[in-house]
Design a protein around this ligand. Structure first.
Ligand code: ADP
Ligand code: MG
Length: 698
């Protein structure tokens, strides 16, 4: 029987395949491009293309595609076959270096936020040699960046690669100050934990809201939800286990390091976590993973829901972004070291992250903002919309000691001067955990927990890398000019702690008292919705920083703000229209039919005996009639609010109207319909209930 190591990565043009199929000269040249970012030698491209094609054909591929990540948040591909006519009437299979390096998809239908005039429809894709090509179905997929002819990034990969570059550049300056002469670059790594729901296709097909919006827009609470906590880490049902096994196989063939799987808190909710890897590869893998999760579900008669909030009243789904930075030699810069010297360096990087998160709370919030994720962050379940950091008791004590010049419990010296030979060794704290913090230190990495399950992780990591690069730049600028490095270092760490400690919070992030303290006492930001935060992308401090590190141009930033807001408006508008449709054509008629039956039953009973009370029938008829009237009224009002969106002068105004007018009306309509659901005979209800859906997979 084939074992996992036999087929792991079998569909990936990885290092092992390259080594075997390329001449040593070509291999060495490509390797320099991959590892050190050296520009690719054009003659090398032809040789690589040839080998890639031969390998792909041997695996049954007939087509190739430049696989990219436009601003829709999902991936895009246009397939070209390898065939080329031969003089004898047959075909040969061809693939050139030029085709490998650059493609020209007709890009006019991808969102560009005004970056690409329609007459200039073409964009181009450019090979990212740092992420391996792979085969999906019968197609060789080449990971690429996607730009307009003017050179503007139209995708998520380009700025992500730029942010990694910026972070590396600034981190290297710090490492040199600490005497590191051997590292060549610094890379950020990510391990994203992906949550999802699994329901049966049968249930899904009966719910227009799930089909059009990925989430339920109606649904009364089921008698049993997640209150027993009996699902979390519970035994995995055979049908789910079969799905997971199949999914793992598919992912492993693509070289995706699927590692941990378990049931999550809500019924029908699960999680899959891969082993971490370099950020841009992790991003490609996460996109692929979401796609394959959905495809594999279909094969099992299931549907995988990746929406942030498919069901009200039970937990939504997020994606924990475990992030760290390490040198190319493998030193994790967020890992407390063995020696005081290493610990001084660790504390400086830690402070860089603390400063970054505090200074750019808004950008981090923006990076996870979608209509779907607002249901988690704006409510009180997942991390709140307020960003704070959890460091754990041990690190906290160290920082406090430095800030106040007081002895640290583990220190031998009475005072903590943060010189390279005075700082004590401390243990990284792996025991205390805080599950409510949006941004938690977990021993050797940070876990950014605000991402929604459907988010591309590119956005969060672009902002995280950028913000930390900025802190490091400020630190390096000061330290490089310092007369006495150790004193300057000590002072800088101390000042940073003083200035930014307001962002550190170790208590319960779900508590209302915390939100009050955070916003009123500490002055932290609380952007509850996408409409609230997104305009701040263009705040001067954010623009200056992102342009300063060459991660975005001003045009790219403007276009991104518009695209994200448009996306928010479109998503909610589709939801509103779906609600109107379901309420009008399914819910109201169902309630009315049931009411009619109640009325005629009462009539029949009274005909038999005029003294019968018929309180069930008459009581319900009254109640349901008034609910139907409310529903009917709400439908009209919601429709009017949607029509009024046309009056918005721009997308910023439209998004505010969505937030203030449309969403509250949607809530009203839902409340009335959900109440009616609890009163209507099950046979009459036009679609499966929460109980049906959430407990459908057995
Ligand atoms: P936890 O159970 O605390 O969430 P795990 O050790 O299971 O932590 O890791 C969760 C995720 O974090 C996994 O995807 C793992 O690969 C990733 N991870 C572990 N170490 C690092 C690191 N240094 N950098 C980035 N991600 C990491
Ligand atoms: Mg975790």
């Amino acid at each position: 029987m084939e074992t996992v190591p036999d087929y792991f990565g079998s569909m990936v043009f990885n290092d092992r395949v390259m080594k075997a199929m390329l001449s040593s000269k070509v291999y060495a040249s490509l390797k320099r491009t991959i590892d050190e970012g050296v520009a690719l030698d054009p003659s090398v491209a032809n040789a690589v293309a040839q080998a890639m094609k031969d390998w792909a054909i041997s695996k049954g591929a007939t087509h190739f595609t430049h696989w990219f990540q436009p601003l829709t948040g999902i991936t895009a591909e246009k397939h070209d076959s390898f065939i080329s006519p031969a003089p004898d009437g047959g075909v040969i299979m061809e693939f050139s270096g030029k085709e490998l390096i650059q493609g020209e998809p007709d890009a006019s239908s991808f969102p560009s936020g005004g970056l690409r005039a329609t007459f200039e429809a073409r964009g181009y894709t450019a090979w990212d040699p740092t992420s391996f090509a792979f085969i999906k179905g019968k197609t060789l997929c080449i990971p690429t960046a996607f730009c307009s002819y003017g050179g503007h990034a139209l995708d998520k990969k380009t700025p992500l690669l730029r942010s990694m570059e910026a972070l590396s550049k600034q981190a290297m300056r710090i490492l040199r100050l600490f005497g590191n002469t051997t590292s060549k670059c610094v890379r950020s790594s990510v391990g994203p934990e992906q949550e999802y729901f699994l329901i049966t296709k049968e249930m899904y097909d009966q719910r227009p809201d799930l089909r059009f919006c990925g989430r339920t827009l109606f649904g009364a609470k089921p008698p049993k939800g997640q209150e027993m906590d009996d699902h979390y880490f519970g035994a995995i049902k055979p049908r789910v286990a079969a799905y997971m096994a199949d999914l793992n196989d598919e992912l492993w063939k693509l070289g995706i390091l699927a590692k941990t799987e378990h049931n999550e808190v809500a019924p029908a909710q699960h999680e899959l976590a891969p082993i971490y890897t370099t950020t841009n590869i992790a991003t490609d893998h996460n996109q692929l993973m979401m796609e394959i999760m959905q495809k594999t579900a279909e094969k099992h008669g299931l549907v995988c829901l990746i929406h942030e909030k498919p069901f009200a009243g039970v937990n939504g789904s997020g994606k924990h972004n475990n992030w760290s930075i390490a040198t190319n030699e493998g030193q994790n810069l967020l890992s407390p070291g063995e020696t005081p010297y290493e610990n001084a360096q660790f504390l400086l990087f830690l402070c860089a992250v603390i400063k970054a998160v505090d200074d750019y709370q808004d950008l981090l919030r923006i990076s996870v903002a979608t209509a779907g994720n607002d249901h988690r962050l704006g409510a009180n379940e997942a991390p709140p919309a307020v960003i704070s950091m959890f460091l754990g008791d041990e690190l906290n004590a160290v920082l406090e000691a430095i800030e106040n010049d007081t002895p640290y419990k583990g220190a031998e010296k009475t005072q903590m001067k943060l010189g390279v030979d005075v700082l004590p060794k401390f243990n990284r704290d792996t025991t205390d955990r805080n599950r409510t913090s949006p941004f938690a230190f977990t021993g050797n990495k940070f876990e950014f927990r605000m991402l929604g399950s459907s988010n591309s992780i590119a956005c969060a990591n672009i902002m995280l890398n950028a913000a930390v690069a900025e802190s490091l730049k400020i630190f390096a600028d000061k330290l490089e000019g310092a007369a006495d490095f150790e004193t300057a270092l000590h002072d800088m760490i101390k000042e940073t702690i003083k200035e930014h400690k307001r962002i550190i919070f170790n208590g319960n992030g779900y508590d209302d008292a915390w939100i009050k303290e955070a916003t009123e006492v500490r002055g932290l930001l609380n952007f509850r919705t996408t409409a609230d935060c997104m305009p701040h992308l263009l705040d001067k401090k954010n623009v200056d920083m992102l342009i300063g590190h060459k991660i975005f141009t001003i045009d790219e930033l403007r276009s991104r703000r518009d695209i994200m807001l448009e996306n928010y408006c479109k998503t909610v508008t589709i939801e509103a229209n779906t609600m109107v449709d379901m309420a009008k054509t399914q819910i109201a008629p169902a309630i009315s039919a049931f009411t009619a039956e109640l009325a005629s039953n009462a009539e029949a009973k009274l005909a038999l005996d005029p003294n019968l009370a018929c309180s069930y029938e008459t009581g319900l008829v009254k109640k349901l009639s008034s609910l139907t009237d409310r529903i009917y009224g709400s439908i009209g009002e919601l429709q009017d609010k949607v029509i009024a969106l046309h009056n918005a002068k721009d997308v910023v105004e439209e998004s505010a109207m969505i937030r203030d007018e449309v969403l509250p009306k949607m809530c009203e309509l839902r409340v009335a319909c959900d109440e009616a659901e609890t009163l209507t005979a099950k046979d009459y209800w036009p679609f499966p209930t929460y109980a049906d859906i959430l407990f459908s997979v057995r």
